[in-house]
Ligand binder design. Structure first.
Ligand code: SF4
Length: 262
């Protein structure tokens, strides 16, 4: 007897149920999921998020301790010496544009918000360098306001799971948001992004070592045999991820464990 892949003939309710199951499995799979940009306040998170464009979070975290020490407040960015700021953030790439955004952000915060980062989406998206995705990251992680962060990993995974056909990030945000309780949105986003960085990669997803295999219509996009799949897992918990998927953790090579999640 052949069985249809999950999602093949699904009602809306069935899809929402499967989405929630995916959410529950991800909660168990990635207990360490969190915002990977180091920050201690909304301004630091806004700055780190601007720096993270086209750059790994790890590289941003290497740069920000010195940056945050030198520029602790919005007026510091507003009055920054451009050459000095450029030099500090140069390792994150596109440093001229990013310097521009940081100085303009500092000025806008001083002029319009008394030097503070506002806690509302409608205000955040008016700030230089801050789009809807960044605004949701800031709301969810610095203000505890639930937000869905539709980045490249998020888009790829919800499409692979066939939870939505939408391609516009705002429409994806609404479609996925409707399937989960609002209070879960921020952590759900972290878990999906964690899964995208560590298991369900763009080129070769680790299907044979994935805890979502039974719920995923795209199972088979990557290798399904345990040995080649286990080699694709990434990050310090790669062996735990293998074990959670019922795969021998010994199949995960050491370089996978120390590999930086993209
Ligand atoms: S089964 Fe494969 S495609 Fe589906 S979520 Fe897992 S790694 Fe991604």
């Amino acid at each position: 007897m052949t069985t249809s892949p999950p999602g093949a003939t699904e009602t809306e309710l069935g899809r929402t149920r499967r989405a929630r199951k995916i959410g529950r499995v991800l909660t168990e799979t990635h207990p360490d999921a969190h915002c990977e940009l180091d920050h201690a306040n909304p301004l630091e998170l806004a700055v780190a998020t601007i720096l993270s464009a086209q750059c790994t979070d790890k590289k941003v975290n290497e740069v920000t301790p010195k940056l945050f020490g030198r520029y602790p407040t919005a007026p510091d960015y507003a009055g920054a010496d451009r050459a000095e700021l450029e030099e500090l953030i140069r390792p994150t790439g596109f440093y001229r544009n990013k310097t521009d955004s940081l100085i303009k952000l500092g000025r806008a915060l001083v002029e319009r918000y008394d030097g503070r980062v506002p806690g509302k989406l409608a205000d955040l998206v008016t700030l230089p360098g801050i789009g809807r995705k960044t605004a949701n990251v800031i709301l969810g992680n610095a203000f505890d306001v639930p937000g869905i962060t539709v980045d490249t990993h998020f888009q790829r995974l919800v499409h692979r799971w066939r939870l939505t056909d939408e391609t516009d990030p705002v429409k994806i945000e609404h479609a996925i948001g409707a399937m989960y309780p609002k209070r879960d949105w921020t952590m759900l986003s972290h878990r999906i992004i964690f899964h995208g960085r560590r298991v369900c990669h763009a080129r070769k997803p680790a299907c044979g070592a994935c805890t979502l295999a039974k719920l995923c219509p795209s199972y088979g996009t990557g290798p399904t045999e345990p040995a080649p799949a286990a080699k694709l897992l990434k990050g310090p918990r790669a062996r735990d991820l293998a074990a959670a998927a019922g795969v021998d953790p010994e199949l995960v090579p050491q370089q996978a464990v120390v590999a930086e999640a993209p």
